[in-house]
Design a protein around this ligand. Sequence first.
Ligand code: MSP
Length: 654
Amino acid sequence: MCKECRKGSYYITTPIYYPSDNLHIGHAYCTTVADCLARFHRDLGEDVFFLTGSDEHGLKIQRKANENGVTPQAYVDKIIANFKLLWRQLNISNDDFIRTSEPRHHKVVQDVLQKIYEQGDIYKKNYKGLYCVPCESYWLERQLVDGKCPDCGRPVEEMEEESYFFKLSKYEDWWLQFIEEHPDFIQPVSRRNEMINFVKQGLEDLCITRTTFDWGIPVPFDKKHVVYVWFDALLNYLTGIKYGTDDAFFHKFWPADLHLVGKEIVRFHTIIWPIMLHAMGVELPKKVYGHGWLIVEGDKMSKSKGNVVDPLALIDEFGADSIRYFLLREINLGSDGNFSRDALINRINADLANDLGNLLHRTVSMINKYHGGIITAAGYSAPIDEELKGLIADTAASYIRYMKGMELNSAIKAVWALISRANKYIDETTPWLLAKDPAQQPRLQTVLYNLAEVLRITAILIEPYIPATSPKIYSQLGLAVPERFLLEEAVFGKLADGTKVGQPQQLYPRIEVTEEGDTLIGGKRYEHKAAPAEKKEEPAFVPEPIKEEITIDDFAKIDLRVATVVAAEKVKKSKKLLKLQVRIGEEERTIVSGIAEHCEPVELIGRNIIVVANLAPAKLFGIESKGMLLAASDGEGNLVLADAPGIKSGSRVK
Ligand code: MSP
């Protein structure tokens, strides 16, 4: 039976992370989003399978293990223990954790490879190419941006090896047609357009085996080779749901409903992965969503800057639910977002300690104080109650709509609008005055019931976001904590008459910040280490090795000129590229350069920069670029253009 016919199952995955190092807050962000969606679908009553894991093979890991003087397996085993600890601490509800070094995965990869090989989609050839080790990707010269990897901006290495190739190019037309027929497959839409442009430039066959290292899955038909890490890794999504070993289980969850990935690996998931599946004769996943990146205090995280945020330390200080709430509330999923300690503390104090914490505390206290701790359903309603009930119904409906549309921050904002309204409702209905007048007893009962209902329904709606908080709310309301916080229960009026509430307890302690920037939370002081700018010595900068010697004649072939920028604009749909109109003496020409993340177009106009004037033209994003500008960059995000202020345009640079 196909999955469409069996309603009620939902399969969601995160990327499987590289265990080259411990995970940071960016990885935690992606997994938290996936967890929130998995929990939401469980709360809808669906049968959910949520998979995460680790991508353990490849040259990067092998090199790391060598640097540490241990075997790759020993190296990854240690790091995986930390991955699992983090997911436990963050309350991640994954149903399995797949490791690509496991035998169950080796078998799937080898079987798939053998099948595709036998059907003629794999061939062998000698390959020489430019390889980016951190991204485990080969690139063509024309795809590089300023000679560097277009994905991560780091230097590429020249590598030569005999390899097997997968015939990606054969499927180019099929892919374009598939994407046209499935407009929702790649999301958000901006990423879909990027991928279409990429494929329209021509798909190259994919090199899928390596011989220069051995930390990988052996190729079944040629044991000298190991499988390319991306070909291996993508198949985890099948291994995780028992592909090839338990058909019933596999078909219950495949095709996957959602592969959630970061924007930089959308290409692998929306081009290579679908083509692999199509070649295997396996149905395609329903959706790939490329989320934005988290930056920290406005800056890209990097080890050398010392600003990599350790999620375990944050959880220890603020608690898992606070971190989860911040990530899910503050960041718009499709866009890049900022993680800042100040913003985190503000959110915890304002939203969790004040809005939600106070609503619960006030409500449970008043039920105890004015009504003997009992919630009574019967009473007397006023028009303001109808408005509140209407808002509850609207909130639950818009919450579900937003969640289904992956607008996680809008969904939780809607819940907070209800919480704020309920706090205002207390001030407007003044239960403390009603309690003084016995004639107002029915009215008091209704007000208290309505408030308890808002809290019960809120507890259901927030469970995917802050799962440790919902049971606390239920307990204080005197309700048994259910196994699942089902959304069908988020309807006004289901709170049983006569429920006896518990004692009010503080849900979230307020966070005080000392002058030194330390935090005081629940009587404990947490030292806040100095801001990254002032801390840690930068590790010594290791420049790229100097290239092989050339003669003065070789150098003389390069015609360097002073060029004046006369116009500059961003290349549409590219984050990295700027299109410059430059004048070299009398001649005007276009140069496309990957400096958009470093320079504003308007700052360039009128500047005299230095360009390689006799470089063969190349097409980038469909624009012909004649020449290349010179810039110094250190691979850490710093870039300065080489320029020649005051020197006439067209002058030679020697
Ligand atoms: N192993 C591959 C994925 C293979 S999936 C078949 C890989 N691993 S990774 O360790 O580099 O993890 C990349 C993913 O981690 C990103 O796609 C993203 O989901 C998450 N993030 C890593 N840094 C991030 C931020 N700074 N911000 C948000 N997410 C980030 O690529």
